[in-house]
Write a protein of this length. Structure first.
Length: 53
């Protein structure tokens, strides 16, 4: 993964985190699920042994 791709993904994640923060007071369980899914996907791209399910 190139530095540009990592930077683009980081910006996308920052936007996603901001959107999720808005939902925290309304749907905390969904926020946790979405954040966990995003982290698994990101770590899966950086660390091949991380489960993406």
């Amino acid at each position: 993964m190139s530095a540009k791709n990592i930077e683009e993904r980081l910006l996308a994640l920052e936007k996603e985190v901001a959107e999720l923060k808005e939902q925290v007071s309304v749907q905390p369980e969904k926020v946790v699920e979405e954040l966990a899914k995003s982290l698994r996907n990101v770590l899966g791209g950086l660390l091949p042994n991380v489960d993406k399910t």
